[in-house]
Design a protein around this ligand. Sequence first.
Ligand SMILES: Nc1ncnc2c1ncn2[C@@H]1O[C@H](COP(=O)(O)OP(=O)(O)OP(=O)(O)O)[C@@H](O)[C@H]1O
Ligand SMILES: [Mg+2]
Length: 306
Amino acid sequence: MTSKAREGTDPPASLPKDIDETLNALQAQHYLADRRLATALFLALQLGKPLLLEGEPGTGKTEIAKVLAAWLGKRLIRLQCYDGMDLSQAAYEWDHARQLLEIRMAESTGRQGDMQVNDLYDPRFLLRRPLLQAIEAKDQAPILLIDELDRTDEAFEAYLLELLSDFQMSIPELGTISAKHPPLVILTSNRTRELHDAVKRRCLYQWVDFPDAQREAAIVARKVPGIPAALRTELVGLVQALRGLDLFKKPGVAETIDFAQALQVLAAQSLSIDLVMQSLGVLLKVQDDIALASEALPSLLAVQTP
Ligand SMILES: Nc1ncnc2c1ncn2[C@@H]1O[C@H](COP(=O)(O)OP(=O)(O)OP(=O)(O)O)[C@@H](O)[C@H]1O
Ligand SMILES: [Mg+2]
């Protein structure tokens, strides 16, 4: 199976043949995905479609684009979205200073009479930002990560539609630029607002949930290998139990890894109430959550170590 969008670009051998191969390749990069995420990724690669990942913070949405780039040996181009981001930061910008210099040079050499306005809107005066860099990739398809799209506004989402469906970009002064090697696009959102249906329709969609205890323990084993197995089970059990509380911000996998590293630095052998109480700030970052968790801690830890 070769993706239509990618026909004639990369050797198909660089793409996985099935879901198991996808799971194994991610695992080789120390990324432990569940089968649904691996299936979504496999299909996105094969169909040449953007993949939109929504989910809780710290559950590996951004990481998957980095892992994909390392696995497939492709360049990662990252667009970190933020409130107020505009096209000059995301797509392209005309280099006014160089255009002005060109006019001055023409004046000084007496060429200004021959100069056309179009001469100033030449690709060499274009400052390429991540979206244009991804479309213009010369040798092979890059990975384009559009991270935290929910931080931008709807106007920016509308601008993305052309790129997501046709892998092309319109620049009024130059015309349409089509990708020779369509990028593999990963979009992420923390769902602080609902994304537009038109964006979703152009993507495959996957919700990235917190891992179950077994997978989370396996992730910790990979990322913090020095932790004794019993302590690993204990700390993962605690994090999973904390997620069951009515917290404002539940700890993500990132926090679990931080917690494991903190316990290692503290040379902890097991979890005591005092130890966890003193290091709760590694897992929880909202004071109300810390207060709630501190209250629940004796019963949570009693369940962990009966
Ligand atoms: N399934 C996983 N396998 C291995 N590591 C993981 C997994 N999920 C998360 N991690 C680790 O957790 C950390 C956080 O991941 P990442 O930054 O991708 O989360 P995120 O979902 O993008 O979070 P945010 O929404 O806050 O940006 C990374 O260090 C990553 O290595
Ligand atoms: Mg992220």
